[in-house]
Design a binder for this molecule. Structure first.
Ligand code: ADP
Length: 483
């Protein structure tokens, strides 16, 4: 017969002798292993003591049915050690003996070097969790501070999530943690926000990495990094961006308003000149005609600039809406050329038009097409010397394997240097910008042309030779349109 008292005298390891659920005796080895003195556990309920030592998830039923259980034990100084708890009932006396044996070569010891190094790392928070119950076995101060800020508890070591987090059961966090055990894959959360007791806001990136052996999760390492500075910097930048966007919107609105205000008197000037020429046709001397011509030229120039600024602002602010209609591009081009014919003739430039196709119906925005062509034509006239020619040609061609209609504006002017061919399509890109000469050019016309052409699904290209001339070609895909 096994006698409890005799047993306790014989057994050298840590043990607890229990009578009617109460601890009656424990050896010196128990105090040595756990840090708890005899007087602290004497006549305490064994289940309560095991809950403190082995955590709430520890199951007495499992121990009593299996006879032994491996578990993590928390010492009085919050040290986690892995132990085997064995159970030995004594039938006759009703006494129960529980022995606690430190597991030899247990995982925490075998990884001690790495764990200690990790835990002593001050820049990151490190926590070590048991599997499968996610008890916090070890953690450095940074990790504990984080938990304190997030969950406002007193002590977290030795506790499972359900003891720390209210409403943990059934939560998405519980599902995520269980998924680590199921698939052995790490979990990451970014920018978790915490507020400390003193009201300090912090942001953390957190990872949970399972450590596996033979496909089984032994324990989980959690690493936290403080990303507060990055998050605050980004937020600050986002705020600044928002402010900047608002300011740009205000500037765009202002520009649009001003441009509209400028456009009205300019239109009045140009139509007044037209009226003057018609009404006083025979009364105007050559000298007056010359001045009227100057006024018209400058008014057109200003009108073009104001229109370009308006369109540019509308494109930038996303206000641009295509107003597409089916239109014969050959006829439309002819009409636009007629409006600029007088302007070219007055400069002594021969403006011609030819088309190899009779009709090309495109789905296009008439106003935008007019804006594109007028920009190219006014440049061609502007940069071509008196007495020379500007030709506009329309023909059908294949581009990238698709039938296209091409509208070509060819001048015999000063040409564009090779190294400036890309620059002139950029916003404010001008050939002689570097020399700081005033040429009456702002460099937004071609930028706008390129934007509008691409808005209309077209392409533009340029061939030019200095001193010989430039050819701007616009291509629009010819789709079969049923009228
Ligand atoms: P802007 O709107 O001020 O007229 P553009 O964007 O239309 O400016 O043109 C940009 C620059 O490209 C001009 O300053 C000029 O140097 C050059 N350029 C444009 N068209 C021609 C051309 N047909 N011949 C020679 N240079 C040209």
């Amino acid at each position: 017969m096994i006698n409890g008292i005799r047993l306790s005298g014989m057994y050298r390891g840590a043990y607890l002798l229990v009578n009617s659920g109460m601890i009656h005796e424990s050896g010196y080895a128990f105090t040595e292993l756990t840090g708890y003195a005899k007087s602290e556990i004497h006549l305490k309920n064994i289940s309560d003591v095991f809950q403190v030592l082995l955590g709430r998830s520890f199951s007495m039923c499992e121990l009593e049915s299996k006879g032994f259980v491996n578990a993590f034990l928390f010492t009085k100084s919050h040290d986690a050690i892995e132990v085997t708890v064995s159970y030995l009932p004594e039938k006759d006396s009703g006494q129960k003996l529980y022995t606690l044996r430190r597991k030899l070569n247990h995982i925490l010891d075998s990884e001690k070097f790495i764990l200690d190094k990790l835990l002593n790392e001050n820049n990151v928070g490190v926590g070590l969790f048991s599997s499968p119950d996610f008890r916090l076995l070890k953690a450095n101060q940074r990790y504990l501070d984080y938990l304190d800020d997030r969950y406002q508890g007193t002590s977290f070591l030795g506790k499972c999530p359900e003891e720390i987090i209210r409403e943990y059961k059934g939560s998405s966090l519980e599902h995520q943690l269980n998924s680590i055990l199921e698939n052995g894959q790490m979990l990451n959360w970014n920018e978790i926000r915490t507020i400390s007791g003193e009201g300090i806001e912090r942001f953390w990136n957190c990872s949970l990495t399972p450590v596996l052996e033979g496909g089984k999760v032994l324990y989980i390492i959690s690493v936290l990094s403080d990303v507060t500075d990055n998050v605050l910097r980004r937020k600050h930048m986002e705020e600044q961006n928002e402010e900047l966007t608002k300011m740009i919107e205000m500037k765009d609105e202002y520009l649009m308003l001003i441009s509209h205000e400028l456009k009205t008197p300019l239109s009045v000037i140009t139509s007044s000149i037209q009226a003057l020429e018609i009404i006083c046709k025979n009364e105007l001397s050559e000298k007056v005609k010359k001045y009227i011509n100057k006024i018209r030229q400058n008014a057109y120039q200003q009108l073009k600039l104001v229109n370009n600024i308006l369109d540019n602002t509308r494109v930038d602010s996303g206000y641009f809406r295509l107003n597409k209609t089916h239109v014969d591009i050959v006829q439309l081009t002819k009409l636009i050329i007629e409006t600029i014919m007088v302007f070219a003739e007055r400069k002594g430039i021969k403006l011609t038009f030819s088309s190899t196709i009779e009709q090309a119906v495109l789905e296009t925005d008439i106003e935008l097409y007019e804006r594109i062509l007028l920009n190219l034509l006014s440049n061609a006239v502007k940069y071509t010397p008196e007495g020379k020619e500007v030709n506009v040609k329309i023909f059908q061609t294949v581009l990238n394997g698709i039938e296209n209609v091409c509208i070509q504006v060819k001048d015999t002017g000063i040409g564009i240097p090779n190294d400036k061919k890309d620059l002139i399509f950029e916003r404010f890109g001008r050939v002689d910008k570097l020399f700081g000469r005033y040429t009456g050019s702002t460099g937004i016309g071609l930028y706008l042309v390129k934007m509008l052409v691409s808005l209309m699904d077209g392409e533009i290209n340029l061939e030019s030779k200095e001193g010989v001339g430039s050819t701007f070609s616009i291509f629009f895909p010819l789709r079969i349109i049923k009228l």
